[in-house]
Write a protein that binds this ligand. Structure first.
Ligand SMILES: [Zn+2]
Length: 97
């Protein structure tokens, strides 16, 4: 059973709602940290900055890539290489298998 206090997050691709430890998190740094990189980490990790959640699922990541979901969420304010983010996500998913 899942206790009521488990924080529920929503996938940016498929909108599935799950406890946050079941997601990967894309963390964008606080604006003040100039030059800081966007990171990919496990959903349960503590973070600084704003996080976006995506299922630990190769299908969700493939879909995000195809629809440029992450670029659309982040690119207005940050300069980053989307290929790098997808690469990190794919690597994280493979690490769970
Ligand atoms: Zn999903």
């Amino acid at each position: 059973m899942i206790p009521n206090k488990v924080p529920i997050r929503k996938c940016i691709v498929c909108s599935a709602r799950k406890p946050k430890e079941e997601f990967l998190m894309i963390v964008r740094p606080a604006k003040s940290e100039s030059g800081a990189e966007i990171k990919v980490m496990s959903g349960e990790d503590r973070k600084s900055g704003r996080g976006y959640y995506i299922c630990k699922d190769a299908n969700c990541i493939a879909k995000a890539k195809k629809t440029h979901r992450i670029e659309r969420l982040l690119s207005r304010k940050y300069k980053f290489k989307p290929e790098r983010i997808y690469e990190l996500l794919e690597k994280a998913v493979r690490g769970n298998e």
